[in-house]
Design a binder for this molecule. Structure first.
Ligand code: 5CU
Length: 367
């Protein structure tokens, strides 16, 4: 059985240099890599909004973020045959529109070379210069079609700066649909830190990562649906990180709120999306299985169907805290969740989630 990891990140060496170059003492803007005076040999990655406030030190960053050899070693340890790697957040969001097109081309070329060096075990989701002019973004979408190992693109929830329901995103959705480009939607910004209260700094990264990330994805997808993105671009296929956040449990409520909304549907009006959220989920949405629990996997499968859920690890994030643990607890938890969600009779379905679905949908064979 082939296991495929569709949610696994890398920062190519050029991107690491970019992050290092951005630290210029106190007041530097995230994202950046820095060391602290009391630990000069422990570079830290500071990427999340507000992460640098109140003495936050981000997370350790080492070769697991940029070394392809370490990626392959991680895959071997965890029985993963193939990985579809993507640049991790915050992608190129922080660059000006003048800089991002060149960086996007460079990073996509870096990924193409990385994948070629370990063919056929690696493929990638390319990055787009979303702060650049739409024509440059579309040109990169088309150029990615010519790269042998590219299998889609990774994007965040901000789009061109005003979110994914921005009418200006129409040109980009159109290009993605026309080129059959598969989209991996991943969060970065979470929720405003005020929602975590005045004691937030006592709780590490737990609340922003466990709740903020998935809620960001939930809201982004709800905004896309309610602004009729999938009515206009019915071919657009999107993979949602972290099993779609709260979408599986809130889909029914979203649809019901639409049907009871006087502004959109009162007095015989039929505004808002034509297709129900449930139809969109079954026809346009894939969910990763990065949810760490059987109930989450079952909800994902129940919502989008067994053929639209795909295994992932989120490597190199969530490493074990113990230095000598070779197998990662985060990966084991996801494997166990898949095993528990399917009965022995549903073994073929479990295999689909573990790899078969990704192989088919993303054409993970090289000629
Ligand atoms: O630990 C983290 O901050 C992250 C992150 O930034 N991105 C991600 O995909 N997982 C965890």
């Amino acid at each position: 059985m082939s296991v495929v990891d569709i949610h696994t990140h890398m920062y190519p060496p050029s991107y690491i240099s970019l992050l290092q170059s951005r630290y210029d003492g106190a007041g530097s803007a995230v994202p950046y890599i820095r060391t602290f005076e009391d630990a000069p040999d422990d570079p830290r990655l500071i990427i999340l909004p507000d992460e640098d406030a109140k003495g936050g030190r981000g997370r350790p960053v080492g070769p697991e973020y940029w070394s392809v050899e370490q990626k392959i070693a991680f895959m071997d340890t965890h029985n993963i045959e193939t990985s579809v790697v993507s640049l991790a957040n915050p992608w190129l969001d922080f660059l000006s529109g003048f800089e991002s097109p060149t960086w996007a081309a460079k990073i996509n070329d870096d990924f193409e070379a990385i994948c070629a060096s370990h063919s056929p075990r690696l493929f990638f989701f390319g990055v787009l210069p979303l702060s650049g002019p739409p024509l440059t973004i579309i040109a990169e979408i088309k150029r990615l079609q010519t790269l042998k190992y590219a299998r889609g693109v990774v994007i965040g929830t901000t789009g061109l700066g005003r979110g994914l329901d921005d009418p200006e995103m129409g040109k980009i959705w159109e290009a993605l649909e026309e080129t059959n480009t598969f989209v991996f939607l991943h969060p970065h910004y979470g929720l405003p830190s005020s929602v975590y209260g005045s004691r937030a700094s006592e709780y590490g990264h737990v609340l922003p990562l466990a709740l903020g990330f998935p809620m960001e994805t939930t809201i982004a997808v709800a905004r896309m649906w309610i602004s009729c993105v999938w009515d206009r671009y019915p071919g657009l296929q999107i993979l949602l990180a972290h099993a779609g956040g709260a979408i599986p449990s809130l889909a029914g409520r979203l649809q019901s709120c639409l049907e009871h909304d006087g502004h959109l549907r009162g007095n015989g009006k039929e505004e808002g999306p034509k297709r129900t959220i449930q139809e969109v989920l079954k026809q346009n949405i894939y969910l990763d299985a990065v949810v760490y629990g059987e109930v989450g996997i079952s909800a994902a499968v129940g919502l989008v169907g067994k053929d639209r859920v795909m295994f992932g690890t989120d490597h190199p994030f969530f490493p074990p805290l113990g230095a000598d643990e070779k197998e990662w607890l985060s990966v084991r938890t996801n494997y166990d969740a898949i095993q528990e969600a399917f009965t022995d009779e549903q073994d073929q379905d479990a295999k689909g989630v573990l790899g078969g679905n990704a192989i088919k949908v993303l054409r993970l064979q090289v000629d």
